[in-house]
Design a protein around this ligand. Structure first.
Ligand code: CP
Ligand code: NVA
Length: 306
């Protein structure tokens, strides 16, 4: 593993290995703390979009491992505006031992990786969010003690979070059922790619526009905001299309009684998820947020430790 850009780039074994390492690092951290595996190392964090979880979990994760992180705000770097992406990658590589980037265009994180001489981690692009999916798989594994064979229902926008979750579920042999409004489906090419992974792992993919069908007997119900960062101009139109896709008590009652409810956060309570469900007994929302840190520490160790 040279970079961490897309779950689709990892083999199922690499993905399982990262989950095992994340579990080990989490147990260690909650016990006596982690070894300073990244002592003297610095992670440069380039942000084109806002963040709470990604910024704080990477920064704190680096501290736990004896390293440091630098927050570089959208105004400071001007990725591709003040300076070419290739030059930003070349310059940062002379100062830091790893780069984490949150970008709009997915090509921009790929270009950073092409020109950097240090590992690059994708902290979300308009196309995908692999760190989130890794943390989500860790959360599912903790709560259900397995991933293979589970039904993971994603209800809402066919967006970056849905894409990475689909890739991870397909690699690990889960049944991924997605319900989106007709105009907000996942790209056919993404489904086709995941279909190949599912064939190999024994997983399954179902696509529908009916949230109840997706949620039926599900072990996990997952949702995300109706309007992702960068799509704010479409918010009004989206607010009309998405209300039938709200994760509320009626939808959760369609699922398996032990079902967990997940959301990458930030949540727009009262839109894609009700308070009752977000704060209810099925909710795994804040475990997911915590697990961002544990999962990413595994990525940092695999990419940056000597
Ligand atoms: N889930 C997630 O990536 O949150 P942030 O946008 O706050 O980083
Ligand atoms: N789909 C959301 C995820 C935020 C973590 C967005 O891109 O804004």
């Amino acid at each position: 593993m040279q970079h961490f850009l897309d779950i689709a780039d990892l083999s199922a074994d690499e993905l399982s290995d990262l989950l095992d390492l994340a579990t080990r690092l989490k147990t260690e951290w909650l016990g006596r703390g982690n070894l300073p595996l990244l002592s003297g190392k610095v992670l440069g964090m380039v942000f084109q979009k806002p963040s709470l979880r990604t910024r704080v979990s990477f920064e704190v994760g680096m501290l736990h491992l004896g390293g440091q992180a630098l927050y570089l705000s959208p105004d400071e770097i001007g990725l591709g505006k003040r300076e070419s992406i290739a030059d930003v990658a070349r310059v940062l590589s002379r100062y830091v031992q790893g780069i984490m980037a949150r970008v709009f265009a997915h090509d921009h994180v790929l270009e950073l990786a092409r020109y950097a001489t240090v590992p690059v981690i994708n902290g979300l692009s308009d196309y995908n969010h692999p760190c989130q999916a890794l943390a989500d798989m860790l959360t599912i594994q903790e709560r259900h003690k397995r991933i293979k064979g589970l039904k993971i229902a994603y209800v809402g926008d066919g967006n970056n979070v849905a894409t990475s979750l689909l890739m991870a579920a397909s690699k690990l042999g889960a049944h991924f059922a997605i319900a989106t409004p007709p105009d907000y489906a996942l790209q056919a090419s993404v489904i086709a790619r995941a279909g190949e992974f599912a064939q190999e792992s024994g997983g399954q993919i179902s696509v529908t526009t009916d949230p109840g069908t997706a949620a039926e007997d599900a072990d996990v119900i997952y949702t995300d905001t109706w309007t992702s960062m960068g799509k704010e101009a479409e918010a009004e139109r989206r607010r009309l299309a998405f209300p039938p896709y709200q994760v509320n008590r009626a939808l959760v009652e369609r699922a398996h009684p032990d079902c967990i409810v997940m959301h990458c956060l930030p949540a727009h309570r009262g839109e894609e998820i009700t308070d009752e469900v977000a704060d209810g007994p099925h909710s795994a929302l804040f475990d997911q947020a915590e697990n961002r840190m544990h999962a990413q520490k595994a990525v940092l160790v695999r990419l940056m430790a000597d």
